[in-house]
Design a protein around this ligand. Structure first.
Ligand code: DC
Length: 218
C-alpha cells in the first residue's frame, strides 16, 4: 500500500496548486481526479450529449477510456488515446463535469482507476470524495476550503492573466452553483470527512497552506 494523502474541497479552493507543490516537496505522485472527470465530460461533449441526457451519458461511458500518464512528472490525460490535457480547464467542460459527476455510473467508471493508483504508489490525490469514499483509510485527510469571494477572485485573476475577459459576479455565481451541486448530490457528495483536518485558505498565502499540509504528512 502506498502512503496516501487525500485533499478534498470545493471548486477554486486551490487544491491542485497546493497538492502539486506538496507532491513535489515530499516526492509523491499528484493525482488530480477532477481531471479524470473532466476527461469523461469531454467525451460526452464531443458526442453532442447534453448534461441532462443521463441515459446517453451512461451509454457513452462504455466506450470512454480515460488514462493518466506522467510525462516529465506532469499529469497528462488521454481520452481514447488522444491527449486532451489542454482542453480540461475550459469553462464549458467544468460545468458539464459538475453535472455528469453526479451520475453514479460515471463515478463507478473512475473509482477503480483512482484506487489502483493509490494502492501502488505514494500519492496526494485531490477531489471531492477522496477522504470520504475513494480512500477512506488515507494516512492524511485534508478539507481545503476558502470563502466564495476569495475563490471567485482567484479564478478571476487566473482568467485575467490569460487575457480572457470575464465578470467577477458571473464567476461568483458559477462557483455557488457548482458548490450547491457538488455538496447536495446523492452519490459521494462533497463533505468534510470526520477525520479530515480543516484548512481555510481565505487569509493564507500558498506557502502557508503548503507548509501546513506538508507538516501533516510523513
Ligand atoms: O476539481 P475540478 O474543478 O477539476 O472538478 C471538476 C468537477 O468534477 C467538480 O465540479 C466535481 C467533479 N469531481 C467530483 O465529483 N469528484 C472528484 N473526486 C473530483 C471532481
Amino acid at each position: 500500500m502506498g502512503y496516501n494523502v487525500a485533499i478534498d474541497g470545493p471548486a477554486g479552493a486551490g487544491k491542485s496548486t497546493i497538492a502539486r507543490l506538496v507532491a513535489k516537496e515530499k516526492g509523491y505522485i499528484y493525482v488530480d481526479t477532477g481531471a479524470m472527470y473532466r476527461g469523461l465530460a469531454i467525451h460526452f461533449l464531443d458526442q453532442g450529449i447534453g448534461a441532462g441526457e443521463t441515459e446517453r451519458v451512461i451509454e457513452a461511458c462504455k466506450d470512454a477510456d480515460v488514462k493518466i500518464r506522467y510525462e516529465d512528472g506532469i499529469q497528462q490525460v488521454y481520452l481514447n488515446g488522444t491527449n486532451i490535457t489542454g482542453r480540461l480547464r475550459d469553462e464549458a467542460v467544468g460545468q458539464m463535469t459538475s453535472k455528469c459527476s453526479a451520475i453514479p455510473e460515471v463515478r463507478e467508471k473512475l473509482l477503480d482507476l483512482q484506487r489502483e493508483l493509490a494502492r501502488t504508489q505514494d500519492v496526494i490525490m485531490d477531489g471531492r470524495d477522496i477522504g470520504t469514499c475513494v480512500l477512506p483509510d488515507a494516512d492524511v485527510k485534508v478539507y481545503l476550503t476558502a470563502s466564495v469571494k476569495t475563490r471567485a477572485k482567484r479564478r478571476y485573476d487566473e482568467l485575467a492573466a490569460k487575457g480572457e475577459s470575464c465578470s467577477l459576479d458571473e464567476i461568483e455565481r458559477d462557483i455557488e452553483e457548482r458548490d450547491e451541486r457538488d455538496m447536495n448530490r446523492e452519490t459521494a457528495p462533497l463533505r468534510q470527512a470526520e477525520d479530515a483536518v480543516l484548512v481555510d485558505s481565505s487569509d493564507m498565502t500558498i506557502e502557508d497552506v503548503v507548509r501546513t499540509i506538508a507538516g501533516l504528512c510523513k
